[in-house]
Write a protein that binds this ligand. Structure first.
Ligand SMILES: [Zn+2]
Length: 375
């Protein structure tokens, strides 16, 4: 991760570069600011620069062994602490190292992500995540019993507000007397939730929401969005690149769901049973959350097309592609079948929820749609 990969935050970059130029890097930094402002990305860029063996004035070189190790998050002097969950079926304390493979996977995708996304990456939806005292103990062992490669050692603590008091107090002891050359970068969305003693031991750098223009630029360059779309997404994301990315993903999902819905209706109308079976096989390979989201989408499409028949466009909430499709399709959803179709989708949603074999659920649903569509 380079500073140039961090979106916006020119003020913060300037401040960090100044620290580097003056060789006055504090041993504990606190990156504070709203979710999606790029604190973790910045922490990683800064860490890579500190660990690099032949850095430029601002950026790490990107070529040395240290840079390669930093990029893959396997540098022996780069440590991560982040909220974890109690792993199922395992006793004992949970620490970040247990989830390093998932962490590396997530960071390789993007360093802009929410706690919710991180929970999903660890395989849970709604569970308490925490930074427990075992984490502080493990850190002490690493920092005080294993010698560094020479040069800096960097500890990045993500969502530091998730430390409980015991953990924070233990960490405080290290912050008071840190091993030589160690730099702590704590990132937090909620500095107000952190212990005053921790706050007083760290040098705080505030991150502001990312301005729409800078975010739109990033969305165009990195995700190929058109200028208008990029600006619309950036504005609704209100300074959070995490939100912007979620919106981009949702839009991609919606486009895919639309295509699948159209395909399903076409195959049902033409009674292509064999193709419908293949369609069911394909959807059965999706994750369960995605299957549920598709059925939710199908439910909405049925409702929108039924309403479309009344000719009151102000009651329709469709994008252009969906509206174009309705011109020819809406008449197939009418008062004779709308309740039946809605009921079949609900029943499929229940079955998916209860872990019924999705291939059976989708195929069964498709066959019933053949019968319902001709009414
Ligand atoms: Zn380097």
């Amino acid at each position: 991760m380079f500073f140039k990969d961090v979106i916006g935050q020119a003020d913060v970059k300037a401040r960090l570069w100044q620290m580097l130029r003056e060789e006055r890097v504090p041993h504990a930094l606190l990156f504070a600011g709203p979710e999606g402002s790029g604190k973790l990305a910045m922490a990683l860029a800064f860490a890579s620069r500190l660990l690099c063996k032949s850095p430029g004035v601002e950026e790490s070189c990107g070529h040395c062994q240290a840079c390669h190790q930093s990029a893959r998050l396997i540098h022996p002097d780069l440590h991560f602490v982040f909220p974890v969950i109690r792993p199922a079926g395992k006793s004992g304390a949970a620490v970040s190292d247990m989830f390093l493979p998932q962490w590396r996977e997530q960071m390789a995708t993007t360093p802009y992500f929410s706690r919710q996304t991180w929970l999903a990456r660890m395989g849970v939806e709604n569970q308490q995540s925490f930074i427990g005292v075992a984490e502080a103990n493990s850190l002490i062992t690493k920092l005080f019993t294993v010698s560094s490669q020479g040069g800096y050692r960097v500890v990045i603590v993500w969502l530091a507000e998730q430390m409980n008091e015991e953990t924070a107090n233990k960490l405080l002891k290290i912050l008071e007397e840190p091993p030589a050359g160690t730099v702590f970068i704590l990132t937090t969305n909620h500095p107000e939730k952190m212990l005053a003693t921790i706050l007083s031991r760290t040098q705080r750098i505030d991150f502001k929401p990312i301005p729409s223009e800078e975010m739109a630029e990033a969305l165009m360059q990195r995700h190929g969005l058109q200028a208008d779309d990029a600006l619309a997404v950036a504005r609704s994301a209100a300074g959070s690149y995490v939100k912007a990315l979620e919106e981009v993903t949702n839009a991609a999902d919606a486009a895919c769901f639309f295509d699948q819905f159209v395909l399903l209706m076409r195959l049902c109308y033409m009674r292509k049973v064999k193709d419908l079976f293949e369609w069911s096989v394909q959807l059965s390979q999706w994750g369960r959350e995605r299957q549920k989201a598709f059925l939710e989408y199908a439910q909405r499409m049925v409702r929108e097309n039924f309403i479309y028949n009344f000719g009151r466009r102000e009651l329709n909430f469709q994008n252009k592609k969906e509206a174009d499709f309705s011109v020819r399709f809406a008449r197939f959803i009418n008062e004779r079948n709308v309740m039946g179709i809605a009921a079949e989708i609900s029943s499929a949603q229940r079955d998916i929820e209860q872990n019924v074999n999705p291939r059976m659920v989708f195929f069964d649903f498709a066959l019933k749609m053949i019968m319902l569509l001709i009414r």
